[in-house]
Design a binder for this molecule. Structure first.
Ligand code: PEP
Length: 252
């Protein structure tokens, strides 16, 4: 399976000029890298810019950090799967812990996953426990996120599903998890997916790790953590660091 690295730019950078420069710098830097798919997820406002500004033949693609579940209608401030598709987007992150911290429940995540997968796009479902849930509610919290998030979704749509294991305490903190821990938890996740949809479909679902990934730890997460790729936040805003992460993973 080709490794997948997704850059989550969150609410940065502040100007379109910087966004374009960053995207082009990354596209140039990863040009010759094989076996790794790179997807940049900028704020919505830069999506078209990336579509127009990245050379057609670049391997770097654009994805979205979020979406609304209705296809059209009077929903002020929201963005639909139709609009994303028209802007060249084929991958959407759903249920990021920073959105869950604002107001997103498993029920909302489920509506969004249905919309994205139903529209034939790839969905990255983020799951992970908070620090205080580590002892008490783990791994139930992750099982609930999987089962409730993916409830009543046709098995055939799971072919476009990606799971990102992102322990909340590791996201944006500089305190990455260990590859050993990531291996153990993603094994639980894979086992749960087997139970839900059977081995044939589940074995094709990429499972990623995210949480303070940098140039130094990226290789180990993929090699020893045995994940299929990475979701990178902070370090993806620095072209040099992000290119090094992609290169490190291509060498695993
Ligand atoms: C993220 O935004 O999903 C993330 C993992 O952020 P960071 O790499 O900064 O921890």
């Amino acid at each position: 399976m080709k490794r997948l690295i997704i850059a989550n730019w969150k609410m940065a950078p502040q100007t379109s000029r910087e966004a374009l420069r960053l995207a082009q710098g990354i596209a140039r830097g990863v040009k010759g890298v094989k076996n790794v798919e790179v997807v940049l997820t900028p704020p919505f406002i830069y999506l078209l810019l990336l579509k127009l500004g990245l050379p057609r033949l670049t391997r770097v693609k654009a994805g979205a950090q979020d979406v609304f579940w209705e296809k059209n209608g009077a929903y002020t401030g929201e963005i639909s799967t139709n609009q994303l598709k028209a802007s060249g987007v084929r991958l959407v992150i759903v249920g990021h812990s920073e959105r869950r911290a604002l107001w997103e429940t498993n029920e909302i995540v489920n509506k969004k996953l249905k919309a994205v997968l139903g529209a034939g796009m790839r969905a990255v479902l983020c799951v992970g426990e908070a620090e205080k849930q580590k002892e008490v509610a783990f791994p139930k919290i992750i099982r609930d996120e999987l089962h409730e998030g993916l409830a009543r979704i046709k098995k055939s749509l799971f072919r476009n599903l990606i799971i990102a294991y992102e322990p909340i305490w590791a996201v944006g903190t500089g305190r990455a998890d260990t590859p050993k821990n990531v291996y153990e938890i993603t094994t639980i996740i894979r086992r749960e997916l087997y139970r839900m949809v059977g081995k044939r479909i589940a074995s094709k679902i990429p499972v990623l790790y995210g949480g303070s990934v940098d140039e130094k730890n990226a290789h180990a997460f993929v090699k020893d953590g045995a994940v299929d790729g990475l979701l990178v936040g902070g370090a993806s805003l620095n072209a040099k660091k992000f290119i090094n992460i992609v290169k490190a993973v291509s060498e695993v």
